[in-house]
Design a protein around this ligand. Structure first.
Ligand code: FAD
Length: 349
């Protein structure tokens, strides 16, 4: 690959988006710095980290899964090697078959290609899902930040938009001048004056961990929630989707919903061990946001990973890095140009 060593880039944010794009730029030998407040709440730190090739409602393949899966394996695999930590593991995953109709649909779809690659037989009232897995996002974030710190590439503080100025085609902040700033600020992007014209539709996500007296399942079970075995009779119930209360604090209502999903499957005593919440950077058309600012070409964004950051970050970080460094075209579905009218509208008044 061409040596981009002279390109000075600063990435704002060290969640899945920031980590992925940092890796891509480093692979291209750019001069990379990440600025992030590592103590701040983030989506990645709370993420359950599952990747699932199926959309259960109508039993379709998840968007672009055949392109995304190979990148998931190679990208997280290379980070595991680089940081010498295990972060990704395949899971035994099973979807509850709630009705005869769904049973027929599962069997029909399970015979169709390419769906059959990802669907297994129905066993004990659950359809088997193949090629699903789990990424330890909390460990990845902490260890990647540690790596950046050791490499002298991390500025650990809050970034304020007042400090940003432009000079001779570069962006200036307190720590120096950069050719490119890539905002990977996740749900905080709604407060980003350069990109808040994009239609974010944030979503609060929560999970709880419960402990039971006896073992329930060794597989991850999906019904209204995922019941994820964590060892020692502990199960994570994940996750809720709250569109009204947008808060980083756990809500009583979400807890009730998660427990209802669990109690649909098991009638056993349990105690609640932990309850956590975060915001997901979800967007109105459920496709990521990639691209340069329409006027300030030295500012770019990688965001909108929504509820599928683990699946989307590897493939689309590569796609964006290639666009920013080599000017390759972006897929129209992910290019922020699709919302250009909103930018113009926001700047008219
Ligand atoms: C409960 C829950 C469960 C989930 N489960 C899954 C799952 O199973 N599978 C899946 O694929 N996805 C899941 N997700 C979604 C996934 O977590 C997100 O898609 C992903 O983490 C988004 O990453 P991000 O880097 O865009 O945002 P974030 O992780 O929020 O990162 C944003 C970063 O920007 C930094 N930042 C922002 N503004 C500033 C500033 N001004 N100064 C300094 N730093 C700043 C923050 O500190 C943070 O480091 C889940 C999310 C939640 C909440």
């Amino acid at each position: 690959m061409y040596n981009f060593g002279a390109v000075k880039i600063i990435i704002i944010g060290s969640g899945l988006a920031g980590i992925a794009i940092a890796e891509r730029f480093m692979a291209a030998r750019c001069d990379v710095t990440v600025l992030s407040n590592t103590a701040q709440a983030s989506s990645t730190a709370i993420s359950t980290g599952m990747y699932n090739p199926l959309v259960f409602r109508r039993l379709n393949l998840s968007w672009m899964i055949q392109d995304l899966l190979p990148e998931i394996h190679s990208f997280y695999g290379s980070i595991e090697e680089k940081l010498a930590i295990p972060i990704k593991e395949p899971i035994e995953f099973a979807r509850r078959i709630p009705s005869q109709d769904y049973h027929h649909l599962w069997e029909k779809r399970g015979r169709e290609k390419p769906l059959s690659t990802y669907m297994g037989p129905i066993k004990d009232g659950y359809g088997t899902v193949k090629h699903a897995g789990m990424l330890d996002c909390t460990l990845l974030k902490v260890q990647y930040e540690r790596y950046l710190r050791a490499e002298n590439r991390l500025i650990d503080r809050s970034f304020s938009f007042d400090e940003l100025s432009f000079k001779d085609g570069q962006v200036c902040i307190a720590e120096g001048n950069f050719d490119l700033v890539v905002f990977c600020d996740g749900p905080y992007a709604t407060q980003n004056p350069y990109f808040n014209w994009l239609p974010f539709k944030l979503c609060q996500g929560e999970w709880i961990i419960i402990q039971t007296e006896t073992p329930l399942t060794s597989r991850v079970l999906n019904n209204k929630v995922n019941v994820i075995p964590m060892g020692e009779n502990r199960y994570k119930l994940s996750s809720s989707y709250g569109w009204e209360t947008l808060d980083w604090q756990p809500q009583e209502e979400a807890k009730k919903d998660l427990l209802r999903g669990f109690e649909d499957l098991f009638d056993v005593p349990f105690t609640i061990i932990e309850h956590r919440a975060a915001l997901r950077p979800t967007v109105s058309d459920r496709r990521p946001y990639l691209g340069r600012h329409p006027e300030h070409r030295s500012l770019a964004i990688f965001n909108g990973l929504g509820s599928k950051g683990v699946m989307l970050a590897p493939y689309f970080s590569k796609h964006l890095a290639s666009h920013l460094l080599e000017d390759t075209p972006l897929m129209p579905e992910v290019d922020i140009k699709r919302h250009l009218k909103r930018f113009r509208h926001a700047n008219e008044g």
